[in-house]
Design a protein around this ligand. Sequence first.
Ligand SMILES: C[S@@+](CC[C@H](N)C(=O)[O-])C[C@H]1O[C@@H](n2cnc3c(N)ncnc32)[C@H](O)[C@@H]1O
Length: 360
Amino acid sequence: MVCCQNGVETAVKDEVSAAGWKLAFSRRGFVSLKHDGGAGELALPHGVFVRTAAWSLGLIQGSDAASNREALIARLSEAGGEQSWDRLHLWPRDRLTVGKFGFEPGIDEVSLAVAEYLTPVLHSRGIVRQSLCNQVATPGERVLDVVLIEPSQWAIGWHQVPDPAAASDSAGYVGSMAVPLAWPGGVQPIEPTVPVISRAYYKAAEAICWSGFEMKAGDLAVEVGASPGGACGRLLELGMRVIGIDPADMDAEILGDKRFRHIRARAGDLPRRDFAGASWLLVDSNVRPDQTLTTVEHIVQHRQSSIRGLLLTLKLGGIEHADRIPGWVRRIRGWGARDIRVRQLARGKMELCLAARLDR
Ligand SMILES: C[S@@+](CC[C@H](N)C(=O)[O-])C[C@H]1O[C@@H](n2cnc3c(N)ncnc32)[C@H](O)[C@@H]1O
């Protein structure tokens, strides 16, 4: 079973079909799949639009939480195999498209209430080892997953969290999913310690973590399309020095940080020396992907470029354009980039995040 952004179910089905997965059941934001191969030989489905995935143990639909809880316990004992898990993750499918009517993905009040009802019983019966629900899992842990398709309709599954250390440089399942599979529902839990200037703060936090980039305090990062400054806020919070390039105004909070420099310009108009010494390049400008890639190409192909990692927002402009992704990846590979990954971030809207490393 797969959770994805509401409205991209067909794209999920299309991208996992090459690996032999066929559609079984779907609702907006939730897709279950079947495969003719033996479960032991298969990896979980993965792809650009797969936010998180788990091995399905079926659906439960009762009249209330009490009957669902009993049905869940019965289902787990029928399922055979190992009957205990390290943790419980419980979340709702996305009710709406991210951003529509202010909708944000992740744990809502209903799932909090159901988790509170379910967790102590599963814990006391030895089904789930940890007594707290929806904590970040660690590599190797087995997680019991409950997705609230509706408050009374639960999809049950489980997954094991891969080791992100094995993810560096690997494509496919481990590369794209190792980090999000540790998060409840594939949505990064984060508690900002700085004022959040725009929701791009959350996108940047998720992108940095998912990419596995070794971004550290003191590094110089450049963001193109930096106004008003949500993502710059995250970079500064991580202790980095930041150059923000944008013709529009930056938030006063960001401008007041001594480690921040605003270059009020369009990226294409800048001399390459403005990027000297930068290790990381983030782009979040509201322009077409081809224009973003032309801008980045000029920066990274300059002989003095020291950029080691790219985190690019590519505006998709509609799910029907998903077939353009391979072309963008080919273009970036042509710059000598490696470990190229693309993901629709949980907190991204109809856009993709592309991460790539460059050897310097
Ligand atoms: C989605 S907003 C960026 C949000 C920002 N990353 C944040 O963290 O708050 C897009 C920005 O791209 C900027 N932009 C558009 N074209 C640009 C270009 N060629 N160079 C630099 N900035 C550009 C716009 O001025 C706008 O502020």
